[in-house]
Design a protein. Structure first.
Length: 251
């Protein structure tokens, strides 16, 4: 029997100045934000590759826009696949905005024959590897369920399932603090068992960036979880620190 595999797709845009991690500008410049975006992509895909050593996982970039796949070259872990997630045309009318891209990614990964599929964000470079492993184990175990990784801002950093459920992405106000709760409600409407993973955080503002700096410096932000060390992000932050030190010395 062919081994069942859980696909984990990172929702991402290619790291480009003015188009990547713009919510971090300020305090970062657009060039610095693009460099951090590239580091985040490297770390999350390497993290998925680490998880794949313990659980049958296939890491992918679920990318947009169409035609930008080549821009990820050199920014992701070796063996990372690519899947287009622009939001195909034949979507239910109540699935709009970012929900279309998420659903497109899920459909594409399941359509490739994977036993389960997760979408994850590209803003959590220190997400514990154990969380990715647990998500895949839950989805590859017998029985039907949805796996949710809630984020501290009210959204989610991961959503996984064995079959495509458009309703999970319907009538949701994306980029709001109600996203995770609305997803819980949609799962309940469908009668789906929902398993929640530990809460984690997204690096999408100054406070979260400062938290990341502390974390990659060796301190835990959650006493019960060992975070992924995020070496690429640590190196990028170190470079930013050296640039700031040099600028201050020149002044």
């Amino acid at each position: 029997m062919e081994k069942q595999v859980c696909a984990i797709g990172v929702m991402a845009k290619a790291p480009q100045p003015g188009r990547s991690k713009t919510r971090l500008c300020p305090p970062l410049t657009h060039d610095q934000a693009a460099a951090m975006s590239a580091a985040f992509l490297r770390d999350i895909t390497e993290n998925i590759a680490c998880a794949a050593r313990s659980v049958p996982i296939k890491g992918l970039i679920a990318y947009a826009p169409e035609g930008s796949a080549h821009l990820f070259a050199g920014h992701v872990a070796e063996g990372t696949g690519m899947v287009l997630a622009i939001g195909r045309q034949d979507m239910p009318q109540d699935v709009v905005g970012f929900g279309r891209c998420l659903l497109h990614a899920i459909d594409a990964m399941l359509g490739e024959g994977h036993a389960a599929a997760c979408v994850v964000n590209s803003d959590s470079p220190t997400l514990p590897t154990s969380i990715l492993e647990e998500a895949a184990r839950l989805l590859l175990a017998p029985g039907e369920r949805v796996v949710l990784g809630p984020a501290e801002d009210g959204g989610y950093y991961l959503l996984g399932m064995k079959h495509s459920y458009a309703r999970l992405f319907a009538d949701i106000e994306w980029s709001s603090e109600t996203v995770a709760q609305a997803t819980r409600e949609r799962a309940a409407e469908l009668g789906l068992a929902l398993v929640e993973l530990p809460m984690w955080y997204d690096v999408d503002n100054r406070a979260a960036l400062e938290r990341l700096i502390v974390e990659v410096g060796g301190e835990r932000v959650d006493a019960g979880l060992e975070h992924y060390p995020a070496p690429a992000s640590a190196a990028a932050l170190g470079q930013l620190g050296r640039m700031l030190d040099h600028r201050q010395a020149a002044e």
